[in-house]
Structure formats: C-alpha cells, structure tokens
Design a binder for this molecule. Structure first.
Ligand code: M6R
Length: 611
C-alpha cells in the first residue's frame, strides 16, 4: 500500500528519499515520486512502475542538491496508474507539495468548492484536494503548519501526509489520522516515514505520531500539536530492529527466505515463554491482566487474511484445551456487524503489521464497548500494539514478502501459548500442559526436517504448475490450513484455488472434480484421518489428481494419492505448524517457476491501511 518518506537534514535529500522508497517497496505500489526543495525551485519527478524507474529519471535529470524533500510510493485508489496521479501533488499556486496515504472521503465536495474559487486540478486523485485546500487557507494564514492544521479540520477520511512549501524551505509538516507515521530523530536530521524500515538506517530514536496529531520539523527541532491545537510533549523512544534482517542474502526471494525461517519464527515466539516442567506459558505482556483473562467468558478473535487463519487455528486450540468459548471474526465484518459483548468478554486482535485498517477499526469498536483488548502483533510500536490494553509480541522480525509466511506460524505458536496460559489457569491438567509444551518445543526441529526436503516439494510443484484450478481440503485443525494453502497459491501465482473443509466437499465442490482439477488434501493421522481418506477416495473415483500431506510412515495413503508429502508426527493441535510448511513451499515454487514477482504480487499490499 502507499508509502511515505520525508527528509530534512544536511545531506542531499534525493538519494536518501529514493533509498527510503526502496525500503518501502515491499508494501506494494504501482508508481512513485519525489519532490525536493532546491535553491531555485522544486525538483519534482514521478514515474509509473518500480522505484528503479524513478531513480533512473532522477539520475538522468542530473543533481538535485536540496536537503529537504518528500517522497511516495502510490497504490492506486482514486484514478488510474499514471504519472499525473502519482504523488507528490502540487497545488496550482506552485508552492505547496504533498504526499498522502489513505483516502479522503469528502474530497468531491472540497474539490468542487475549490474549483469554484479558481483552483485548477491536474490529477484524478483525492490527495490533490488537500494540497489545494492548504494553499487556499494560506491566503489568510501564512504559517504552513497552521494552514495544514486548519485544512485537516475540514477533511474527512484517513491520512498520513507530509507537506513542504517553497516559501518555507526549511520545514516539513506531517500529520496522521488512521494511517501510520513515524518520526526518526537523528543528529541534525529528521526522517519521517509510514513505517520504520526507511528510518532504521539513520537512527533508532523514533516518535510514533498518533491520530489527530501534526508534527513540524525544522533544523532547530520538532514540534507536535493536535488538530485541536493542543501542544504535545513527547520524547523519542528506542526502536528495537536490526537492519541486517531486511536483506534477502543469497535467496532469490524474500518469501523463500521467510519460509526457511519458519522454525526460527516459532523458536522466537516461544523463547523464554514456554515452561515445559510446569506445562505452562509465561506471557509477560498479558500478566498484568491475568485475573481478567482467567475469568474470561468469551474470547472474540478478530483479524484479516492470513492472520485470521492463525486465529482460526487458535479457535480450535483454545476451545478444546482451555475450555474458553471463542468467536472468530474478519476485521472487515466485525466492524459492521454490531457484535454483542457480555460481561468478562475479551477482544483479541491478531495482526503482523499492527496497522491493518479493518482490524484496527474493530479494535476501536471493542474499546468503545469497554471490553478488555489484547493484541498479537509482530511490528513493535505499531498502532494495534499501542492501542490494545495488553498483548504478546511475535518477535518474528520484519516480514518483507507481501505474502505472509513466518508471521503465520509465529501467530499459531502464540495461539498454542495462549491455550496453555488460559488452560492451565482454568483446569488443564499438568500432564496435558506438559505434553503440549514439550511437543511445541520440538516443532521447530520438525519444521527444519521438512525444509531440508525442499527439493522434493519443488519437484512435486513442477508437476502441478500447469493446472489452472485447485481445491485445498482439510478438516478440524487443518481446515484453516487448507484455506491458507489456497490463499497463498492464489495470491502469489494468480491460480484459482479454493480452500474447503473436507466434510463440505460433498455439499458442492465435488461437482468441479475431474482429471484437470487437482486437490491438495491435508490428511495427517489425527482424529479425522479416516474421514479425509474417504474424501480422497471420492476424489479419485472422479479421476481428480491428489497431492496428500500425510504423516511420516503412512504407507496406505500413498496407494491412494498421486503424490504424498510427509510431515513428522506431532500432537493434533500442533499439526498446522507442520502441514503449512509444505503448502507455503508448494505455492512458492509454482509462482517462482512462472517467473512471477513473488515478493510483490500484483494488486496486493503488505499492510492494508485502507478499508
Ligand atoms: O498485517 P496483518 O497481519 O494485519 O495483515 C493481514 C492480511 O492483510 C495479510 O495476512 C494478507 O492476507 C497476506 N497477504 C496473506 O499472505
């Protein structure tokens, strides 16, 4: 989704801004641009396509010397993917330049009013309206940050913005409403960005800008005010991220690197938290509200996409082993469906980025109802992590590929920890707790044994790469994994894939099965094994090709399925952590064999910050 970088310091801004945009590329975008304040005017360049195209254009035009500038990667919402619609946008008077993430809902009304006053618009975007609005207000209010503040008072919608003006060349004004913005405070320099990745190279001193706040940076410092004109005093805090992690090393794609680090993601999620001897989990981030968690009446889990599927695995675990009723919701539905909360209900948001708009809106809805809110989040300091009452960090490190992989297994591992945490405080026996804890501690090594057989999955994937439709089937704990396998395949290879609960096949999808419609069936030796075997038989009776994900040593399944990929035996509730690994590899190898942009699939964004 859109990305913002802004720089004010002593260095040349253009290369810093381009580098910053490169760091944001993983979020997904379709065009990019920069505007740098020069001694004699503004250096504005925009390009459709990769940041490399923009970089090339900037280099061809020669040196831009200015040390204050703003830049943007755009993910089209209002208006097509054109250079004219790319940001930065300029107001018609020529002094004001602006970049924006988010959506301005009342832009049409504002635009028509401004047009009637003589403002001329050059793009189809909602964003350009804010630039003209600021310009219009500046006829009466000369100070840029005050004009921005008054303009934002008239705007309805979501935004992260950064604004510069030719007539106040040593200033950047940025503001946030429902779209993340972070200020990096370096030595005599400031960098503002929509996520931490462009900032990490410069400094680890950061300030998170909150909704409704405006930050102004000048060579003499920063100042934060609210849109209501209240002064805010906030010191930088230390950002805890390692630069080295955001590097794909010798891997052809970040996704393969991230799938390969799934065992470490589980290790990092459980390190210091798993207490095998007492069959328990120590979760420092939620201990403060332990009493309320023990008395929980119903847990409302809310998330989107792959994070939702981690929640779906959690639903099975928590209900079966902790005896807590769970209600699972998609963020995009929860926020509109008038959810009912009862006494002692708890809301749990799961989000890798911690910025997903639908999850965030649902969290705010729950907060309004005075429910205790918890979060399972990967990005430290993200909005969900800051707005929940308590939570558990994933510690999975930055996930760069748009398709989520290591974050998913880390979330599932945390679901298992939560199960122990709640279960052991609500009557789960020591023996059961110990068994789960011990088996969970063995999972990373099991995952490694699967990953050592990557080449085997690569060969299987090659045999299936030419099919155009897939059915993914799984039951109970592996039903969410069937959905995840299908989601991953469609999002990175653009192949149609449907995930179904195995038992539902006979209620519809079976009509599609023939020799050209393969099924991937997750059939470990668990409590629903026999039922999955019957499904495979039904598919084979209709000549459908079958790839089975099965438990090591299961020779019978090999007689039925066309291909089998074996996973180690583990507890039923933990099989998702193993069965998902071959499915991630399957999707990866099919997409890579087609030469697709695996890490940045078309039309997708890493963190979906608009509705
Ligand atoms: O950052 P979040 O975990 O809140 O993101 C949720 C979804 O947007 C995300 O999982 C998405 O479905 C991925 N592209 C899946 O691979």
């Amino acid at each position: 989704m859109c990305g913002i970088v802004a720089y004010l310091g002593k260095e040349r801004a253009a290369p810093i801004l381009i580098d910053g945009l490169k760091a944001l590329e993983y979020r997904g975008y379709d065009s990019a641009g920069i505007a740098v304040l020069e001694k004699d005017g503004v250096f504005l360049e925009r390009a459709v396509g990769k940041v490399a195209v923009l970089e090339d254009k900037v280099a061809k035009r020669g040196e831009s010397e200015g040390s204050v500038g703003i830049a943007h990667t755009r993910w089209a919402t209002h208006g097509g993917v054109t250079e004219r619609n790319a940001h930065p946008h300029r107001a018609c008077g020529g002094a004001i330049y602006l970049v924006h993430n988010g959506i301005i809902e009342n832009y049409k009304e504002i635009k028509s009013e401004l047009k009637s006053k003589g403002h001329e618009f050059l793009s189809e975007t909602d964003t350009e309206t804010i630039a003209h609005l600021i310009e219009d207000i500046r006829k009466d209010v000369s100070v840029l940050e005050e004009a921005v503040r008054l303009a934002l008072g008239k705007v309805r919608g979501t935004y992260g913005i950064a604004v510069v003006s030719e007539d106040e060349p040593e200033k950047i004004v940025a503001a946030r409403n429902f779209s993340p913005l972070i200020l990096g405070v370096g030595k005599n320099e400031f960098i503002i960005a929509s996520d931490a990745t462009p900032i990490m190279k410069f400094t680890n001193n950061v300030i998170y800008i909150n909704d409704g706040e405006i930050v102004t940076v000048t060579p003499s410092g920063y100042r934060i005010r609210t849109i209501g004109n209240e002064e805010i005093s906030r010191d930088p805090e230390v950002l805890d991220l390692e630069i080295g992690i955001v590097d794909k090393g010798n891997y052809p794609h970040f996704l393969l690197k991230e799938i390969d680090s799934e065992p470490d993601a589980v290790r990092d999620a459980t390190r210091g938290r798993l207490e095998i001897g007492s069959g328990n989990a120590k979760l420092g981030g939620i201990e403060r509200v332990e009493d309320e968690i023990v008395q929980v009446n119903r847990l409302h889990i809310c998330a989107c996409g792959t994070a939702y599927l981690a929640g779906a695995v959690g639903e099975y675990m928590i209900e079966e082993y902790a005896g807590v009723p769970v209600e699972l919701d998609l963020g995009s539905e929860f926020r509109y469906r008038k959810p009912i909360f009862e006494e002692n209900d708890i809301f749990l948001a799961i989000s890798q980025s911690g910025e997903t708009a639908d999850t965030l809106a649902s969290l705010r809805e729950a907060k309004e109802k005075n429910v205790l809110t918890l979060g399972v989040v990967n990005v430290v300091g993200s909005t969900v992590s800051r707005e929940t009452d308590a939570g558990v960090y994933q510690h999975a490190g930055p996930e760069i590929s748009v398709a989520s992989s290591k974050a998913f297994v880390s979330q599932v591992a945390i679901m298992a920890l939560l199960t122990l945490f709640m279960g052991r405080r609500r009557g789960m026996s020591l023996v059961t707790g110990e068994r789960i804890a011990k088996e969970l501690s063995a999972v990373p090594a099991f995952m490694e044994s699967i990953l050592r057989r990557k080449e085997e999955m690569k060969k299987i994937a090659a045999r299936y790469a030419s099919y155009t439709n897939f059915l993914f089937l799984g039951r109970k704990y592996n039903y969410p994994i069937a959905l995840e396998g299908a989601l991953k395949l469609k999002e990175i290879s653009y192949i149609h894939a449907e995930g179904y609960a195995s038992g539902e096949m006979k209620h519809g999808p079976i009509a599609m099965i023939d020799e050209n419609f393969p099924s991937v069936v997750i059939a470990p030796q668990d409590s629903v094994y026999e039922k999955n075997i019957s499904n495979i038989q039904e598919i084979k009776a209709r000549r459908g090709p079958v790839l089975a994900i099965a438990t090591e040593g299961d020779k019978d399944i090999a007689k039925l399925a066309d291909d089998v990929f074996y996973i180690p035996k583990t507890l039923e509730m933990l099989t998702p952590l193993l069965s998902v690994v071959p499915l991630h590899l399957f999707a990866y190898y099919i997409a890579a064999s087609k030469g697709l942009d695996v890490d940045k699939p078309r039309n997708l964004a890493k963190s979906v910050t608009v509705e």
